[in-house]
Design a protein around this ligand. Structure first.
Ligand code: AMP
Length: 220
């Protein structure tokens, strides 16, 4: 099962990716998360990505493609994967198709997580993320049981630098200019599944996972 999660920043891709990964037994791969990890470890990759991420811009395609190619070559991706935040440009989407073609594989489906802009902005302002495992929480809905502490790994839960209001506006603008066209790209390819992520409660996330699993029944 090889899935792509599409959607604006803050639409809930990351929240859906975790439970979906557990349900399907394939790894969820978040390019944003890999960059944040590299930034916190001050690796060369992290240092070159940081200048773009801090401005709400996309990291250049060549950097992202090298990263994803080496990640997909890991043994845990043999039976499938869920891509969260990749591809984000038509160049990346075409490169992904080529990468998979070389492995005699193809994308099973693309899930477009949809949410209106007003809710996205308020949700991003309230979003908190575990610095250690990347699990997302929200001040308005899903909160950790112990304040600022991750339920899963006890890591510190904090606000992402790029969730501050000015950067959020820029990230949404970047999404409309560079990423939104992928919805048509994958719809034309007959791969798109649309899901609404109105509530961002555990119940709503489970509902999305159920919808996706029902739709995917019979696909490999
Ligand atoms: P995310 O956690 O998916 O919201 O990603 C955080 C930031 O990482 C984005 O705003 C981009 O600057 C960068 N990023 C993540 N994935 C990609 C990608 N596929 N292409 C370019 N930049 C990316």
């Amino acid at each position: 099962m090889r899935l792509v999660l599409l959607g604006a920043p803050g639409a809930g891709k990351g929240t859906v990716a975790g439970p979906l990964s557990k349900f399907l037994g394939v790894p969820a791969i978040s390019t944003g998360e890999i960059f944040r990890q590299n930034i916190s470890e001050k690796t060369p990759l992290g240092q070159s990505a940081k200048q773009y991420i801090d401005k709400g811009e996309l990291v250049p395609d060549d950097i992202v493609l090298l990263l994803i190619e080496s990640r997909l070559a890991q043994p845990d991706c043999k039976t499938g994967f869920i891509l969260d935040g990749f591809p984000r440009t038509i160049v990346q989407a075409k490169a992904l198709n080529e990468m998979l073609m070389k492995r005699n594989e193809e994308i099973t489906a693309v899930i477009n997580v949809e949410l209106d802009e007003e809710t996205i902005i308020s949700r991003l302002a309230g979003r908190r993320v575990c610095e250690k495992c990347g699990r997302t929480y929200n001040l308005h809905s899903i909160m950790p049981c112990v304040p600022d502490t991750c339920d899963l790994c006890e890591g510190r839960v904090s606000q992402r630098e790029d969730d501050k209001v000015e950067t959020v506006k820029k990230r949404l603008d970047t999404y409309y200019k560079k990423t939104q066209s992928l919805v048509k790209f994958y719809n034309d390819a007959g791969l798109l599944i649309r899901v609404q992520n109105k509530k961002e409660t555990e119940e709503s996330v489970n509902e999305i996972v159920n919808t996706v699993s029902r739709t995917l029944k019979g696909r490999k």
